[in-house]
Design a protein around this ligand. Structure first.
Ligand code: AMP
Ligand code: MG
Length: 395
């Protein structure tokens, strides 16, 4: 058996095999979570005109302090029909066009209104005026290539007059659970059976990585059924199997994939949980074999499948984004494998403190349900003391 690869080396080998998917014009309404393959450029200046930041009075700063006649009322979307002349004031709402000739707005709270006049205090040139193009100029990049679109990016694009963007198409992921013992929910379990739980978990992980999912029915550990299901799953951008990649006589996945023309890139990662994880390619299809224990599948997806899905969409940095934190209590290290421990995080004195949970075995998905973080504990001798700096992945 070959030496298992370090996590980072295994991830390098995955990312080396990724080619960004073809792109398509994507309306903003469909673009949440998608990745730009081209920069998006503003169609208009932002703001598109000098805009009032306050409800108040537009005037020339040179005319303040003083008493000025109010010659017009400007609402948002209803500009004044004429410029402001020296010695005049115009009432204006937030978002109204500051008229030509005015260079400041005095907030309504600071003035005294008398009949058709207004008493204004001194005001600085430019006060409470949002200059045209102050946020962004037409032709400027709003969001860069390789960026994943979240709420702030989508809001910026819409404000800048962008209605559609160029994104890689969504990766199509086939999920195939393997194991004779697996039963769908809402059936009675017979001797030796368990509920199939990896698909719904991997589906949600895939979905949150921007993929569309095709669920294949669980297959028994039977050569014929497994081969047919694998062949079907290979008709996707990514095939993710769970189970059947270990060393037992019923672990058929790798053998059958080889028969179907999958080139195995690696099998075995120095990680706990998830050591027998396998990765290969078949034509343009990426093929991941996650170990069946639910926590192994959960963790294996975060370490390898999610980065691959993001890289397929052209994300600039698709690697897992580990963050710094501190251990709440000491943990024993594994001498040969890096561990990803399920933990609960909270903020304490400006640091994220990570409470590793009791029950870290790879079948303990119910324990994992109270975790919001995976803490990376590098392999080594002895313990990591309480308070040690560590890295963690939010779950
Ligand atoms: P395997 O990787 O096939 O050796 O499976 C390891 C353990 O994970 C076994 O106890 C399986 O019953 C369990 N397992 C495999 N696949 C699933 C699944 N889809 N849902 C829940 N448990 C699973
Ligand atoms: Mg199995």
């Amino acid at each position: 058996v070959a030496e298992p690869l370090a996590i980072g080396d295994a991830l390098d080998r995955v990312l080396e095999r990724v080619r960004v998917l073809p792109d398509e014009e994507t309306p903003l309404a469909d673009a949440f979570g998608r990745v730009l393959v081209q920069p998006a450029v503003a169609a208009v200046d932002l703001p598109p005109f000098p805009s009032s930041a306050m409800d108040g009075f537009a005037l020339r700063s040179d005319d303040a302090p003083g008493t000025l006649p109010v010659v017009a009322h400007i609402a948002a979307g209803r500009p004044s029909r004429r410029p402001l002349a020296p010695g005049e004031a115009m009432a204006i709402s937030t978002g109204g066009v500051v008229p030509e000739g005015a260079d400041a707005v005095v907030p309504i709270e600071l003035v005294e209104e008398r009949n058709d006049d207004v008493d204004v205090p001194a005001v600085g040139r430019g006060d409470n005026v949002r200059p045209r193009g102050g946020d962004l100029a037409a032709g400027d990049e709003v969001v860069g290539r390789g960026t994943r679109l979240g709420p702030a990016q989508l809001g910026a694009l819409a404000a800048a007059g962008v209605t559609s963007v160029r994104c890689a198409r969504r990766p199509r992921v086939a999920l195939l659970p393997t194991g004779t013992e697996l039963r769908p929910g809402a059936t009675e379990l017979r001797a030796g059976e368990i509920y199939e739980s990896n698909t719904v978990m991997l589906r949600s992980q895939s979905y949150s990585a921007g993929a569309v999912v095709r669920e294949l029915a669980a297959v028994a550990d039977d050569l014929r059924a497994t081969r047919d299901a694998l062949a079907n799953g290979l008709e996707s951008d990514v095939l993710v199997t769970s189970g059947g990649v270990s060393v037992g006589p019923h672990d058929l996945v790798r053998r059958l994939e080889a028969e179907l023309g999958v080139e195995e890139v690696f099998w075995g990662v120095a990680v706990r949980p998830g050591r027998p994880l396998t990765f290969g390619v078949c034509g343009d299809t990426l093929v991941f074999g996650l170990p069946g224990n639910p926590v192994s599948s959960l963790v294996g997806f975060e370490l390898f499948v999610r980065p691959a899905l993001l890289a397929l969409q052209g994300l600039a940095d698709p690697r897992p984004s580990f963050r710094p934190g501190r251990l709440a209590r000491a943990v024993r290290r594994n001498d040969s494998r890096d561990a990803l421990l399920r933990a609960r995080s909270h903020l304490q004195d400006d640091a994220v403190v990570l409470e590793t949970l009791a029950g870290q075995e790879s079948h303990m998905i119910a324990r994992a349900a109270s975790a919001d973080a995976l803490v990376l504990v590098p392999r080594g001798e002895g313990e990591l003391a309480a308070g040690s700096p560590v890295q963690y992945l939010p779950l």
